[in-house]
Design a protein around this ligand. Structure first.
Ligand code: TXA
Ligand code: MG
Length: 349
């Protein structure tokens, strides 16, 4: 199919342009659009055929549920049921914004949207284009990240075009996203709020508002029988085509180890690269270095991560070594994605 690409300035939304995009949603077809976290691939959440089209376009397994995007907090009580009081507190603190809440689903939401589950993931995004698209369509918009299944989530319109041009009716180019990592997912169907996917909103942020919270034990377990609760967190993800290894430890030892590994590969004629923070990018010699941003400005690292992973493939990198970026606030989320991308290959020095 021919994909219509509509350029919209988020600071000055053109009415006709957004109306045109909303028409695609209303007619049951798909629109990729920017949110503050990553680009999403949207369709009418109440239309099971739209949800089926989303799975088909992404090449996504149909047991991996979609997030339902809403325009107003009150919509949470329409797409969900038995909403606990904590939801209101969290919504008040973090919506609109990069937080997704898991609650019991209302019977109106088709199982095609929730991957067969009786619960539903709900998010009220803050990006002006996302909000205007939901409002104008008059629908709740089911949207996973707008990448092909297994690829890094898109943080630029060009990433979406790379993955989905020809597979969806419309792509809104609204520029680069701000955060660059997907929303924090909080499961409110357990006794204690449980983070199923870390994001910019951290465990301590959630505890400060909800009184208590924990990380899903499946996220950090080496035990195969303790699996992540979010279906999407079980799949291999974000992985570049080449081999990615994370090197962890004391700063100087890490630089020495990575330089040594790169030297060995270069001697064999392999295409090799380093992913480094701005603080140490200048310390590697004779090798391709991706400066991912400053540790002292950790949001920069978060927003560059997926673009850097995509660039490894674009440049045909066969072996890549990355420093660890366990920064104070978003470090948990950054390392969660980086470890997945590396297939959990870590060298400790
Ligand atoms: O920031 C985001 O959340 C972006 C933007 C577009 O909003 N969306 C996004 O969607 O990351 P997606 O589909 O790529 O990731 C959704 C994650 C998956 O891991 C999925 O398994 C999980 O949420 N999920 C959805 N519904 C769930 C449910 N009812 N129970 C447990 N996990 C659920
Ligand atoms: Mg995704």
């Amino acid at each position: 199919m021919k994909t219509e690409i509509i350029r919209i300035d988020p600071e000055n939304i053109d009415e006709n342009a957004i109306e045109k995009a909303a028409e695609y949603i209303k007619s049951g077809t798909l629109v990729a659009f920017p949110t503050e976290t990553v680009y999403g691939l949207g369709g009418d959440a109440m239309d099971k055929n739209a949800s089926k089209s989303i799975y088909a376009a992404k090449g996504r397994p149909s047991d991996n549920p979609l997030i339902v995007h809403i325009a107003d907090v009150s919509d949470l009580y329409k797409v969900g049921e038995d909403i606990p009081e904590r939801a209101a507190l969290l919504a008040e603190a973090f919506w609109p914004g990069p937080m997704t809440l898991i609650v019991k689903k209302s019977s109106d939401i088709p199982y095609e949207t929730t991957g067969g589950l009786d619960t539903v993931a709900v998010r009220l995004p803050s990006h002006p284009i996302a909000r205007e698209l939901i409002r104008r369509s008059g629908k709740y918009i089911a949207a996973p990240s707008a990448n092909k299944s297994g690829r890094p989530s898109p943080t630029k319109a060009s990433h979406v075009i790379e993955d989905l041009d020809g597979d969806v009716e419309c792509i809104i180019d609204g520029g680069d996203v701000e955060i660059g990592l997907e929303s924090t997912i909080i499961d409110l169907t357990e006794d204690i709020p449980t983070i199923l996917r870390p994001g910019r909103i951290s465990l301590s942020d959630v505890i400060a508002v909800a009184g208590e919270a924990r990380m899903d034990p499946g996220l950090s377990s080496d035990d195969e029988s303790v699996r992540p609760k979010a279906p999407g967190m079980r799949y291999r993800h974000y992985a570049p085509k080449g081999e990615l290894v994370i090197v962890e430890g004391d700063r100087d030892a890490v630089i020495r180890k990575i330089s040594e590994q790169c030297g060995d590969h270069l001697a064999k004629g392999d295409k090799v690269a380093v992913i480094a923070s701005s603080e140490s990018a200048g310390d590697y010699e004779g090798v391709r270095v991706f400066d991912i941003g400053a540790k002292s400005r950790e949001d920069e690292i978060a927003s560059n991560l997926y673009d850097t992973l995509r660039k490894l493939d674009e440049e045909g990198i066969e072996y890549a070594y990355s420093e660890a970026f366990d920064t104070p606030h978003v470090g948990t989320a950054i390392m969660n994605r980086l470890l997945k991308a590396a297939g959990h290959r870590v060298l400790k020095v």
